[in-house]
Design a protein around this ligand. Structure first.
Ligand code: PMT
Length: 220
């Protein structure tokens, strides 16, 4: 086949959702299974890259050749990702990072003493935005945008704000697409606003398509 080898390249992938603790037994989470991110990591490894996968909790296993760093919270993901990003050639952020965390974590299990409970949340840092700020000219940075409305418009805003090479726009309201499915429906948008639309495809096939796209960039 005409797939471009990634031998000698470091590929950093993030996958799955973060968990933000509330008390010793509870957390705020989301429905990301890790399937999209793990598929990307596996495909990059098949193409010969040295792959680092920073993952939130997931039942999935990574192949032996992949260096798996397991984290739980957005702050832990940020620390691991920023360290691994420095010498990474290609970084793909498929993880669903919690935008907010509990501003304080209860030391003991919260009791159901009152009829309502108010949680105060604090904004998490936007890891992808931070990477976009320190990105060097030779580094490729790819993000996802999970949207439930104004897909193209919101995805394009994220692409530019976060200084990405590509954004994968993911309409997570479509059946069999988005969170916790084996398939997905995406659009791949480049910095010139050129948008390619894909039909419902298995996530492992989409991973190939996304890596094919990335390897057309002149930086590779
Ligand atoms: O894991 P699966 O079950 O296979 O599901 C796949 C998926 C739906 C999770 C995946 O395809 C996807 O869309 N991932 C991005 C989910 C998301 O949180 O998107 P977002 O639009 O909120 O964030 C935009 C980008 O910024 C993402 O690349 C995200 O990783 C990054 N981000 C967001 C917030 C934050 N604090 N830090 C970040 O780095």
């Amino acid at each position: 086949s005409d797939t471009v080898s990634l031998r000698g390249k470091k590929v950093l992938v993030t996958a799955a959702g973060t968990r933000e603790p509330i008390d010793p037994v509870r957390y705020i989470g989301n429905r990301s299974s890790g399937k999209m991110g793990y598929a990307l990591a596996e495909e990059a490894a098949r193409r010969g890259a040295s792959v680092v996968l920073v993952s939130g909790p997931s039942v999935l296993k990574a192949s032996d050749g992949i260096r798996l760093i397991k984290i739980e919270t957005a702050m832990q993901m940020r620390e691991a990702v920023k360290k691994e990003f420095i010498d990474s050639d290609i970084t793909i952020k498929a993880a669903a990072v919690a935008d907010y965390r509990a501003s304080s974590i209860a030391e003991n299990k919260i009791k159901k003493d009152s009829s309502t409970l108010t949680l105060i949340l604090e904004k998490n840092p936007d890891i992808l935005f931070e990477l976009g700020q320190i990105k060097q000219k030779n580094q490729i940075l790819v993000g996802f945008a999970a949207e439930t409305q104004n897909l193209l418009e919101f995805a394009k805003i994220k692409l530019h704000k976060k200084n990405l090479d590509y954004i994968i726009a993911n309409d997570v309201t479509a059946p069999n697409a988005g969170f916790n499915t084996d398939t997905n429906i995406v659009k791949i948008i480049d910095r010139n606003g050129v948008c390619e639309d894909f039909p419902l495809l298995r996530k492992d096939l989409l991973a190939k398509i996304i890596l094919d796209k990335i390897t057309t960039l002149p930086k590779i």
